[in-house]
Ligand binder design. Structure first.
Ligand code: HEM
Length: 418
C-alpha cells in the first residue's frame, strides 16, 4: 500500500509532489470501498495540511478535488458527484453560460473523447493481457469487440470536429480503436492526462465498473453541455435573438443524439458484474445529477408533484431554485415571444421544430435508459432509494415542454439505442 509514500510526503508536503500514482494504485488494488484504515488516516492528514500549503493554485485545486473523491466513503458523504469525481472533471456550468457557451462544445468534445478513449484503451489492454487493473470478471473477447464498436461510434463525430479522425484507417474495430486511443492520447495535455488518471476510483475490483464510471462521466459531460446551451437558448430568445436560440436548442438535440451509442456500449456490461459492484455503490445514483435536473427545469417548470418527489429532493440546490422560480424556462420564453408578436411566424416555426426535436430526443433517451435499467436491475430497488424500474417507467413520459408536443414524433417501438 502507499503508507510509506504518504508518510514521506507529510514530512514535506508540496502539492507538486503528491504521490498520486502510489495512492491510485492502492485504491485500484482493492476498490475504494475496501481501502485500509491506515491509508485513509494518512489521506485525512494530507487534507488537513492543505490550507497551509502554497500554490501553484491549479495543483492545489487538483489535490483538494482528488482528496474530496478519495475520502467520500470514510466521511459518509459518498454520492453520485463524488463517485464520478465530478470536481476533477471541471465541467462547464449553466450559471456561467455567457462565458462558457462559446467554448462549452469544444471543451465537452475533448472530454468525451478522452473519457471514452480511456475506457477503450483499458478494454484493449485487458484483452491483450497487458494490464492487471481490475482483474475480477473479465469480459469475453466477443463482448469487448462489441463494446469497442459502440465506443468508437460514440466519439466519431467529436473526433471529426477535433480533426483527429483522419488516421482511423484500420479495418477491424479493435485496431481502429487502438488508432483512436493513440491519437487522442498524443493530443492530451499533462493536466488532461492527470484528470483521467485521478478521476477513476471504482468501489470494487470488477473489470466492468471502469466502463460504468466512464460512461456515466461521458453522459454527465453531455448534460453539462445541454445545461449551458439551454440556458443560452432561454437568454437568447428573451433578448429576441432567434437564430442564436435555434442554434443552442438544435445543438442540444444533436449532442444528446450523438451520446446515444454510450447506452449501447453500457448495454454490454455483464449483469453479474454490475450486481457485484453495485452492492458498494448504495447512496450514489444519477438521480442526484444536477445537470440533468437543470436541463429538465430549463425546458419547463416541473409539476409540483415531481418537485416534491425523490427526483428533486435528491438535488436540493436545483429544487430550491425551482421553488423560488429562479429559472426562466424555454417554455416561458417561447410562449412570451409568440404572444408578444416580437418574432416572425417563420421564426416561431423554426424554433418549435428545434424544440420538438430536442423533446423527442430526450424522451428517447429516457426510454433507452429505462430499458437498460430493467435489464441490469430486474426487480431490485435503485441506489438512489427509489423503487427502481417502476420509478423510471413513471417518469419516462413526462412532457419535456408544455408548449410543444413531441410525443407524436417518437416511434413507439424505437430501437435506436441499446
Ligand atoms: C446499469 C445502468 C443503469 C441502471 C441500472 C440505472 C438505474 C436507475 C434507477 C433505478 C434510477 C432511479 C433512481 C434510483 O433509485 O437510483 C435512475 C435514475 C437516473 N439515471 Fe440511471 N441507471 C443506469 C444508467 C444510467 C446512466 C448511464 C445514466 C447517465 C448519466 C443514468 C442517468 C440517470 C438519471 C439522470 C436518473 C434520474 C432520472 C429522474 O429522476 O427522472 N443512468 N437510474
Amino acid at each position: 500500500m502507499c503508507t510509506a509514500e504518504l508518510t514521506s510526503w507529510l514530512h514535506e508536503p508540496n502539492p507538486r509532489r503528491f504521490p498520486y500514482e502510489a495512492v491510485v494504485r492502492a485504491y485500484h488494488s482493492v476498490g475504494k470501498h475496501f481501502v485500509p484504515a491506515d491509508v485513509l488516516e494518512l489521506l485525512g492528514q494530507a487534507r488537513a495540511v492543505l490550507p497551509g500549503l502554497h500554490g501553484p493554485w491549479p495543483r492545489l485545486r487538483t489535490l483538494a478535488a482528488f482528496l474530496d473523491t478519495a475520502l467520500d466513503k470514510p466521511d459518509n458523504r459518498y454520492d453520485y458527484p463524488t463517485y464520478l469525481a465530478l470536481l476533477l472533471l471541471e465541467l462547464p456550468t449553466a450559471n456561467d453560460w455567457l462565458e462558457q457557451a462559446s467554448f462549452a462544445r469544444s471543451r465537452c468534445d475533448r472530454l468525451t473523447v478522452q473519457l471514452v478513449a480511456d475506457v477503450l484503451a483499458f478494454e484493449l489492454a485487458a484483452l491483450d493481457g497487458q494490464t492487471t487493473l481490475l482483474p475480477t470478471m473479465r469480459p469475453a473477447p466477443g463482448l469487448v469487440t462489441k463494446r469497442v464498436r459502440h465506443g468508437l461510434r460514440a466519439i466519431r463525430p467529436a473526433l471529426a470536429r477535433m480533426a483527429l479522425d483522419g488516421g482511423l484507417t484500420a479495418v477491424e474495430h479493435a485496431d481502429q480503436a487502438r488508432q483512436a486511443c493513440a491519437v487522442v492520447y498524443a493530443d492530451m495535455s499533462f493536466a488532461e492526462r492527470r484528470t483521467l488518471q485521478l478521476s477513476i476510483l471504482p468501489v470494487h475490483t470488477v473489470h466492468d465498473e471502469y466502463l460504468f464510471l466512464r460512461v456515466l462521466q461521458a453522459f454527465e459531460t453531455t448534460f453539462a453541455l445541454l445545461a449551458t446551451h439551454l440556458r443560452g437558448a432561454v437568454a437568447s430568445l428573451t433578448a429576441g435573438e432567434v437564430d442564436r436560440a435555434v442554434y443552442f436548442v438544435t445543438s442540444s438535440g444533436e449532442a444528446l443524439r450523438e451520446a446515444a451509442p454510450l447506452f449501447s456500449m453500457l448495454g454490454t456490461m455483464q449483469i453479474e458484474s454490475f450486481r457485484t459492484f453495485r452492492q458498494f455503490t448504495e447512496g450514489a445514483s444519477a438521480i442526484q445529477s444536477h445537470n440533468y435536473k437543470i436541463v429538465e427545469s430549463l425546458c419547463r417548470r416541473p409539476d409540483a408533484e415531481r418537485v416534491d418527489s425523490p427526483a428533486y429532493h435528491s438535488v436540493p440546490e436545483v429544487r430550491s431554485r425551482v421553488l423560488v422560480g429562479q429559472h426562466h424556462t424555454l417554455d416561458d420564453a417561447y410562449a412570451q415571444a409568440c404572444h408578444s408578436g416580437d418574432i416572425a411566424e417563420a421564426d416561431q416555426v423554426r424554433l418549435a421544430a428545434a424544440m420538438a426535436d430536442f423533446s423527442a430526443t430526450l424522451v428517447r433517451w429516457r426510454k433507452a435508459h429505462y430499458r437498460l435499467a430493467v435489464r441490469m436491475l430486474g426487480d431490485a430497488t435503485g441506489t438512489g432509494y427509489t423503487e427502481g424500474a417502476p420509478y423510471l417507467a413513471a417518469v419516462r413520459d413526462i412532457p419535456v415542454f408544455d408548449t410543444i408536443d413531441a410525443m407524436d414524433r417518437i416511434d413507439s417501438d424505437d430501437t435506436t439505442a441499446v
